[in-house]
Design a protein around this ligand. Structure first.
Ligand code: SF4
Ligand code: SF4
Length: 365
């Protein structure tokens, strides 16, 4: 049943009609436009369906900071690796994170040096592992609001063993992107709003993008027609000199978002400044545990300290400019040569949400 419904969103006839509509509207544009998406899975769909080839020359779709693994700072990776190598603890992490290079080591390399690191699929797996372990178990909690919500709900509602901790590198995308826009580091004419993350935060939080920066902002799903529909609505808004929030994914996203998930996040976390890899410290963009949940905080329990000598990007890696949408992977001389998913130099080549990895897998050399 749901398969048949999804097929509609990839129907070649519908895709062709949308593409033609975009071309007709684009002919009325006064200048070329750049539309940014901030979701790694959107980039994955755009590459997989070859959607850039269906757009006219005056519309460029660029990938912004939409990969939580890519924006996790080396400072945090280094700190947790150092602790795992030094202390008798078990580190629990999502598979995406394993190969991401820190300043000197990745989790993978640390594992080969004897660190006890285990891959998990969710915090729930991690809690079960901790129940059977005699060691302190630390979950490296990476991800945007989509992942912060289950972390919060688990800590609030489940029976958690005393040896379970989290190291939060969770980030809140809308505040991060908003601050980057304000700082002038990032520029675009319109925004495609993320598909999963918006189910949690809702679309309300993006009104400030439309109002404050005059950016048409449209939420999109992950099928070909979903993304093209969002682009069509954006071009229409620009031609009508409008800038508003619209929902091209209303089969999933609600304007107010998921109130239960928001409540869980608000009860467990507060927002504070956070370091985004290559982009620096961004105010109100990172989730840290509130006092009532401090007993789960690995940063406090293990008295983690930081040094300033961390390296966000290895020599030649252009991930920071790619995350800002200023460059594409093809602008990096290492792309597909010294840097591949098998031996990644930068974080954008690791996760399926990373732009370089998507372009490599899609054969876009
Ligand atoms: S969590 Fe989902 S919505 Fe957010 S960037 Fe990743 S794929 Fe996109
Ligand atoms: S191709 Fe590799 S080195 Fe180049 S920007 Fe991407 S991740 Fe960095």
């Amino acid at each position: 049943m749901s398969k048949i419904k999804l097929d509609v969103y990839n129907d070649p006839e519908i895709v062709r009609k949308l593409s033609n509509f975009i071309k007709k509207e684009a002919a009325k544009l006064e200048k070329p436009i750049r539309i940014m998406h901030i979701c790694g899975t959107h980039e994955n769909s755009i590459v997989r369906f070859g959607l850039r080839d269906l757009l006219p020359k005056n519309i460029t779709v660029i990938a912004g900071p939409g990969c939580p693994v890519c924006v996790t700072s080396s400072r945090d990776i280094d700190a947790i690796i150092e602790l795992t190598l030094k202390e008798d603890i078990k580190l629990l992490t999502f598979g995406d994170m394993l190969k991401v290079p820190g300043s000197r080591l990745s989790f993978f390399r640390a594992k080969s040096m004897g660190a006890d690191i285990e891959m998990i699929y969710s915090i729930f797996d991690g809690i079960e592992i901790a129940k059977k372990s005699s060691k302190p178990c630390i979950f490296f909690a990476c991800g945007f609001e989509t992942t912060a919500a289950p972390t919060a709900a688990a800590l609030r509602d489940l029976d958690i063993p005393n040896n379970f901790y989290i190291y939060s590198v969770h980030k809140y995308t809308p505040n991060g992107v908003y601050a980057l826009l304000k700082s002038g580091k990032i520029s675009m004419d319109a925004l495609i709003l993320p598909g999963h993350a918006s189910t949690i935060s809702g679309l309300k939080t993006y009104e400030r993008f439309a109002e404050g920066f005059g950016l048409p902002s449209v939420a999109a799903g992950f099928e070909a027609a979903d993304i093209l529909l969002a682009i069509a609505l954006i071009v229409k808004q620009i031609n009508n000199r409008e800038a508003k929030v619209e929902n091209a994914y209303n089969r999933v996203i609600e304007y107010e978002g998921n109130k239960k998930a928001q409540k869980a996040i608000d009860e467990v976390f507060y927002l504070t400044s956070s370091i985004w890899r290559g982009l620096g410290e961004i105010e109100n963009s990172g989730y840290e545990l509130k006092d009532e949940y401090k007993r789960f905080d690995a940063k406090e329990e293990f008295n983690i300290t930081y040094t300033d000598d961390y390296i966000e990007h290895q020599k030649g890696c252009k991930c920071n400019e790619i995350i800002l949408g200023n460059l594409t992977p093809k602008d990096c001389p290492l792309f597909g040569k010294r840097c591949t998913p098998y031996d990644p130099i930068g974080p954008c080549m690791v996760s399926d949400e990373g732009t370089c990895k998507n372009w490599y897998d899609g054969g876009l050399f």
